[in-house]
Every structure is written in structure tokens, then in C-alpha cells.
Design a protein around this ligand. Structure first.
Ligand code: PFF
Length: 442
């Protein structure tokens, strides 16, 4: 069977950016900026994304394109031996993240529905109680988790060109439009200026080791590095694409969406006198409160949760594609079988994650509920370990092959080759080791 390829350069970039732009950008990036000194955090984040982030994105794309295989096949083909384990690590982490990402994706879907049917707009509604009541329920979030997984499955079933690429070509531009629409509304609210000021004015006294670690872990998660997604997406590319340029685009689009999301959230939060460091509850509790108070709130609120839903869907699609590519390439399963089996199992494993906010909340291990545990295991351990494997493999084991790959066999100039080598070989592994140790200690 010939391998499927992306239909166009733009389609590939939108799909890769679609994977990167997700809940992490809209929900987490703005409050990290708020808590870590505003512009200081944005600048730190940008520097890390453009150095370590870029080095890893480029390495993953080059590895996948060189091997034309899923992550397991990529490591096995290019070197083999114990290195194949790094591929398995990627496939497994992608799959595990999918199981709980879909639960949260389900929440966003539920909030779209609740916005449209007006149930979030009743005056005097206790929004904290509403949110906690919803997530701790045993049935309702599971229905939305099932629906969200079903949407993911339907896209991935149709394959690369007519499934993943087509859905991103529609959802990503729609997402950009909604983002601009909401940002214009937010910055023109009375009292918004203080929010913009707080969000972007640098406060150097807030810069610390913690800032650096927070920015680096966020860069990994947000750019979808370390679990073989970009290896997989790169394997559907041919040599006509300039992957140096694609790397830059992925970073610019991902960071741009994060910054814009903050320009929606912070001015609104300030205009309504809410504590900006509110953290995780901001999206599902604070924002609906604001939508209740502005004219046209239903419209803006719905637009916001649709934005979040699109962002989540384009990411979950990429998460499912990694293990699907593995089953297709290595075990010769058909796409249909692979997608249905993996989607079904991921749904089942997601059930205890969802219930860990309700009936299973007392069942903890190391003090964490099921979803927190999976989140910890993947984002703090498996993803950094996967990133480490990619740097060492690309930087030390198959380095000459990487250079021919990135320069399209020497036909493309690659002025940053030496710097890339240093970052991959030394700077990135050292920084990853640092976030892993830090993750253990906290
Ligand atoms: N990058 C996505 C986000 O910021 O929400 C999440 C994600 C998607 C992480 C895919 C990892 C991944 F492989």
C-alpha cells in the first residue's frame, strides 16, 4: 500500500499547528502569563520555543520524513535495537494523553451546548457549583466524552488528506477568526486597558527559576513535542517541503494563539474586577460569569467555547493518529480497524478519568486521582523522556542523516545547522533533565 501524503503545504502546516494549538493555549497559557510576570513570561517562552522547541520540532519532522513511518518504525528503521523503545514510549504517551484530553474536550462540548440552550445564562446562577456539579456527575460528562471521542474518530477514519487535513483547513481559519472577533470585543470593554497592561507589562521581579521551568514545560506540551506527533505528521511529507520554514510557522501560530487568547481573557477579567491569577477555574467558571454581564453574551460565550472545542479537536485528532499509524505500519491493520479499536479503548480508559472528579474522587494513588495521575505520568515524565530520546537520537546517533534531511539532500541552505546541533546535543537534553528533576521535586 502506498503511504498517504498531505495534499498541500498549507494543509500540512495547518494540521501541525492544529495539533499544537489546543487547550494548552487558550486555557493555560494566559494564566501562566498572568501569574509569572506578564511580558517577562511571554519573552522567556518565546526564547525557549524558538531554541529548544524549534530544535525538537525540526528533529521530529526530519526523523519522520526520513523514515516515512510511525514513531516505532522510525526509530527501528533509522537505527533499531533498543532505540525502538523510544518509539513505543511516544505511541503510548500519545494514546494516554488522548484518554483524558477527550474528557476535557467533552467538557468544552458540554459548555457549547449549555451556552446555546441558555442554561449558563440564568442570572444568579452559582457558576462554581454548576461546574463542580457537572464534572462530578457520573453520566453527563461521559456522554460528552463519548461524543468528543466520536468526533475525533470520524475525522481520523477518513485518513490524512480527506480527514485530518480537510478538518484542519476548515477549523483552523475558523478558530483564527473567532479569536480576533473575541479579542476586539474584549479590549474594547470599559476598563480593559488595565488588563492589557497587567498581561503584557514586564515585571522583572517575578522572573525566577520557576518561571523558566514553567515556560519550558508549557513549551513542550503546547508545541506537541515529545510524543511522536510531529514524527508521525512528518512521515506523511515528501521532500518538496522546506521543514525549516514549517517549524517556524508552527511556533508562530501556536504562540500567536496563546498571546491572543490572553488578550481575550485578561482584559475581560480586569474589566469585571476578578482575580487574574484564578488559574484553572478561569475558563469554565470565571468567563461564563463575564458573558452573563455583557450585551450579546450568549453570542460571545458560544463563540468562545466553540473556539475551545475546535482547538481541542484538532489536537485530539493528532493524538489518535500516532497510535493509529503504529498499528497500520507495524501490525498491518487497516485504518478502520485501528481507529475503531483505539478510539474505543481510549474512551474506556477515559471513564475513570472522568469519574475521578465524582464517585471515584476518593480513590487516589500518591495523593492523586486517576486523571491527575495520568497527567503527571505523561506531562512530567513520559513526554520529557520522549523529548530527551529525540534529541539524543537525532543529535548524536543519526546526526549526518538529519543534516541531509533538513537541507533536502543539500538542495536547501541550512544556515543554522551548527546552532541546531549544539541545541540538540547539549542544551536541550540538559534543560529537559532539569525539568524532569524539578517535576520530581514538586
Ligand atoms: N498541544 C496541545 C495543547 O496545547 O493543548 C495539547 C497536545 C496535543 C499535547 C497533542 C500533546 C500532543 F501531542
Amino acid at each position: 500500500m502506498t503511504r498517504e501524503h498531505w495534499g498541500s503545504k498549507l494543509g500540512f502546516i495547518l494540521a501541525a499547528a492544529g495539533s499544537a494549538v489546543g487547550l494548552g493555549n487558550v486555557w493555560k497559557f494566559p494564566y501562566l502569563v498572568g501569574q509569572n510576570g506578564g511580558a517577562v513570561f511571554v519573552i522567556t517562552y518565546l526564547v525557549l520555543a524558538l531554541t529548544i522547541g524549534a530544535a525538537l520540532i525540526l528533529a521530529e519532522l526530519a526523523l519522520g520524513r526520513a523514515a516515512q513511518k510511525d514513531p516505532v518504525g522510525t526509530f527501528a528503521n533509522l537505527r533499531g535495537g533498543a532505540w525502538s523503545l523510544a518509539g513505543y514510549l511516544g505511541v503510548l504517551s500519545g494514546f494516554l494523553v488522548l484518554t483524558f484530553y477527550s474528557v476535557i474536550g467533552g467538557w468544552t462540548l458540554a459548555y457549547v451546548v449549555k451556552m446555546v440552550d441558555g442554561s449558563l445564562m440564568e442570572t444568579g446562577l452559582d457558576l462554581t457549583g454548576t461546574f463542580n456539579g457537572f464534572v462530578s456527575n457520573s453520566v453527563e460528562p461521559l456522554i460528552y466524552h463519548a461524543l468528543f471521542m466520536l468526533m475525533t474518530v470520524l475525522v481520523v477514519l477518513r485518513g490524512i488528506g480527506s480527514g485530518i487535513e480537510r478538518c484542519n483547513k476548515f477549523l483552523m481559519p475558523a478558530l483564527f477568526l473567532i479569536l480576533v472577533f473575541l479579542a476586539v470585543r474584549a479590549v474594547t470593554l470599559d476598563g480593559a486597558a488595565a488588563g492589557v497592561d497587567f498581561y503584557l507589562r514586564p515585571d522583572f521581579s517575578k522572573f525566577s527559576g520557576d518561571t523558566l521551568v514553567a515556560a519550558l514545560s508549557q513549551a513542550f506540551f503546547s508545541l506537541s513535542i515529545g510524543l511522536g506527533i510531529l514524527i508521525t505528521y512528518g512521515s506523511y511529507l515528501d521532500r518538496s517541503q522546506n521543514i525549516q520554514r514549517s517549524t517556524l510557522w508552527i511556533i508562530v501560530l501556536d504562540t500567536g494563539v496563546g498571546i491572543f487568547a490572553g488578550l481575550i481573557i485578561m482584559p475581560a477579567v480586569f474589566a469585571f474586577g476578578i482575580e487574574p491569577g484564578a488559574g484553572p477555574g478561569l475558563t469554565f467558571i470565571t468567563l461564563p460569569g463575564i458573558f452573563q454581564q455583557i450585551t450579546g453574551g450568549v453570542l460571545f460565550g458560544t463563540a468562545f467555547f466553540v473556539l475551545l472545542l475546535f482547538a481541542a479537536l484538532t489536537s485530539s485528532v493528532s493524538l489518535l493518529e500516532v497510535p493509529v499509524a503504529y498499528l497500520m505500519d507495524e501490525l498491518q491493520l487497516s485504518r478502520k480497524t485501528a481507529v475503531l479499536v483505539l478510539g474505543g479503548v481510549a474512551f474506556l480508559i477515559g471513564i475513570p478519568s472522568s469519574l475521578s472528579f465524582g464517585v471515584m474522587s476518593d480513590m487516589t494513588l500518591f495523593g492523586m486521582g486517576f486523571m491527575d495521575l495520568l497527567d503527571y505520568l505523561t506531562t512530567k515524565l513520559m513526554i520529557p523522556a520522549g523529548g530527551m530520546a529525540v534529541c539524543i537520537f537525532a543529535g548524536w546517533i543519526v546526526w549526518p542523516r538529519m543534516q541531509t534531511e533538513v537541507s533536502n539532500d543539500g538542495t536547501l541552505a541550512f544556515p543554522l545547522s551548527t546552532i541546531w546541533g549544539w541545541v540538540l546535543k547539549v542544551v536541550a537534553p540538559a534543560s529537559i533533565a532539569m525539568i524532569m528533576v524539578y517535576g520530581f521535586l514538586h
